[in-house]
Design a binder for this molecule. Structure first.
Ligand SMILES: Cc1cc2nc3c(=O)[nH]c(=O)nc-3n(C[C@H](O)[C@H](O)[C@H](O)COP(=O)(O)O)c2cc1C
Length: 182
């Protein structure tokens, strides 16, 4: 079982990371985490190479991630909520998924043949709203052939961090158990 997790937080011991670590512990299998702030993956520059070619013209760490996307069983989007959205750095990394839109709509190819299960982990310091962040994550997971994606959302982290929220951590373990069954 292979899982790919996109992490949109800059904080290595923050709320999103706590959520990711809890998921990883319960899920097991092979897990690969893409850290939007630390992995040096460049954003899409709209060069339009992918209008005609499979993959991406930018040769960086994302190339390996494209391969992993094709073979993995689960994909999880994890992010702090910034201004109601997933973090800008995560959006920048995810802009590289444009190649899959080009596959579907321009090259008329099936972008990611292998079907997967998705997951969404969101942490907000205050009290939402979460809809924009969730719908962005969901739309991208759909492009990556995730047939479903449950969300675990935690708010109020400014007052009580995720690590003190047993209910949220249990929800994440449940999500992991559901993923394991698929
Ligand atoms: C630039 C920035 C924008 C933020 N925008 C929001 C917001 O719109 N709504 C909210 O509830 N919290 C917002 N927060 C708070 C974070 O979502 C919150 O602290 C979160 O738990 C951080 O997660 P992390 O520790 O994984 O990075 C913002 C924080 C930053 C730094």
């Amino acid at each position: 079982m292979k899982t790919l997790i996109f992490n949109g937080s800059p904080r290595k011991k923050g709320d999103t990371m706590e959520m990711i670590n809890t998921l990883k512990e319960e899920l097991g299998g092979e897990i690969r985490v893409v850290n939007a702030y630390h992995d040096g993956i460049r954003p899409c520059i709209d060069c339009r190479w992918c209008f005609k070619n499979k993959g991406c013209a930018i040769k960086d760490g994302m190339q390996e991630i494209f391969s992993y996307i094709e073979e993995c069983d689960h994909i999880v989007m994890a992010s702090p909520i910034y201004f109601g959205e997933i973090s800008g750095m995560l959006l920048a990394v995810l802009s590289r998924l444009q190649t899959y839109f080009s596959a579907r709509y321009l090259r008329k190819e099936e972008p990611v043949p292998k079907k997967k299960t998705g997951g969404i982990l969101l942490a907000a310091g205050s009290f939402g709203p979460r809809e924009k962040a969730e719908s962005t994550a969901r739309m991208l997971l759909e492009q990556l052939s995730c047939e479903s994606a449950a969300t675990v959302y935690v708010d109020g982290t400014d007052k009580k961090p995720v690590k003190e929220r047993g209910d949220v951590l249990e929800e994440i373990r449940m999500l992991a158990r559901t993923l394991k069954k698929d």
